[in-house]
Design a protein around this ligand. Structure first.
Ligand code: MTE
Length: 316
């Protein structure tokens, strides 16, 4: 199958939009300028990731709406992972060799039983189940991925959140030696994300340790990442090392960077435009025609009740 270039998938104005915004915000450092145009995937050396997809499997062939799974090659070679790159098509290459074992996740804050979990133990104690979810990036592209994982609620129940806990704060690894993008000081590393406690306890909210029937590849957030399918993709924090139950709404990396562009809730909403582009439609990786974006990314029946009484235009 032909490899995909960022510029072929994302409409140019969107693709350039984020870059230009970064420039405008003074975020493009000399090293990033050096990156220049988007490198062709075909120029990169062959990677073990090709083997990943060669032996990938999935129980399902489509999601519950009948949308086919995205090609494994697309989902694993078109990645947002700013710790490695601002580009999408070189993350797999740059993350090759990223050390993901041993790996622990420290869970604490407002809980009765703080605990540090080893990811291998988590896989043993909470056997991964396959969940096929649509993922809609805030940049207006989307994929359908067969994840392997377990509900975050299972982990949170183990540590017993106290009655003071209102939010969950997630933190990614901070290791500039392994993650070259973290040398760029325009972002406040580590990557942080957050959920309200009821969102975190929702059965759809997954801690994923694999995809396409195999352990998570580095570029998709190995060894453990969050998947919240009704929210924009940036909520799906990768390579998590720390989870804290907290009283106050956490500030994420993106809300700290551009609060008017990336809100805390980030529920997929075709009626609320991003300040620089419409969110009413999206491009599914591997498809030519655009699709209409669905409220809550098609999961409204299961999650809309979480937001009853809230103004979704202002709580974006
Ligand atoms: N997590 C970390 N730590 N760093 C990131 O840059 N990017 C987010 C999210 N999680 C990101 C992250 C964004 S913007 C998206 S769209 C998804 O990861 C992309 O996930 P994927 O590469 O598996 O498609």
């Amino acid at each position: 199958m032909d490899k995909i270039r960022s510029s072929e998938i994302t409409p140019e104005h969107i693709y350039l939009g984020r870059r230009q915004f970064l420039v405008g915000a003074g975020a493009l450092t000399a090293s990033l300028v050096f990156l220049g145009g988007c490198r062709r995937l075909s120029e990169l050396a062959p990677t073990p990731e090709a083997d990943f997809c060669g032996s990938a499997t999935a129980g399902a062939t489509s999601d519950e709406l009948g949308d086919p799974l995205s090609a494994c090659d697309a989902a694993t070679h078109y990645n947002n992972f700013y710790e490695f790159s601002l580009e999408k098509d070189d993350v797999a290459e740059l993350a090759r060799g990223f050390k993901t074992s041993p790996w622990t996740v420290q869970v604490g804050g407002l809980v009765n039983k703080p605990k540090t979990f080893d990811v291998d133990d988590l896989r043993r104690n909470f056997p991964p189940e396959e969940r096929v979810y649509r993922m809609r990036c805030v940049e207006a592209w989307s994929v359908v991925v067969p994840w392997l994982g377990f509900p975050l609620a299972k982990l949170l129940k183990e540590v017993e959140p106290t009655s003071k806990a209102k939010y969950v704060r997630f933190e990614s690894l901070h290791d500039p030696k392994q993650m070259p993008g973290q040398k760029d000081r325009s972002f406040q590393w580590p990557y942080i994300e957050g959920l309200r406690l009821d969102e975190a306890m929702h059965d759809l909210t997954l801690l994923a340790t694999g995809m396409y029937g195999k352990p998570m590849p580095p570029q998709n957030g190995a060894p453990i990442r969050l998947v919240v399918p009704w929210k924009y993709g940036f909520k799906n924090i990768k390579s998590i090392v720390k989870i804290d139950l907290v009283e106050e709404m956490p500030t994420s990396l993106w809300t700290a960077f551009a609060p008017q562009e990336y809100g805390f809730y980030a529920n997929v909403n075709p009626d609320v435009s991003h300040p620089r582009w419409s969110q009413s439609s999206e491009r599914r990786l591997g498809e030519r025609a655009r699709r209409e974006t669905i409220p809550f990314n098609g999961y409204a029946e299961k999650v809309a009740r979480l937001y009853e009484g809230m103004d979704l235009r202002t709580s974006y």
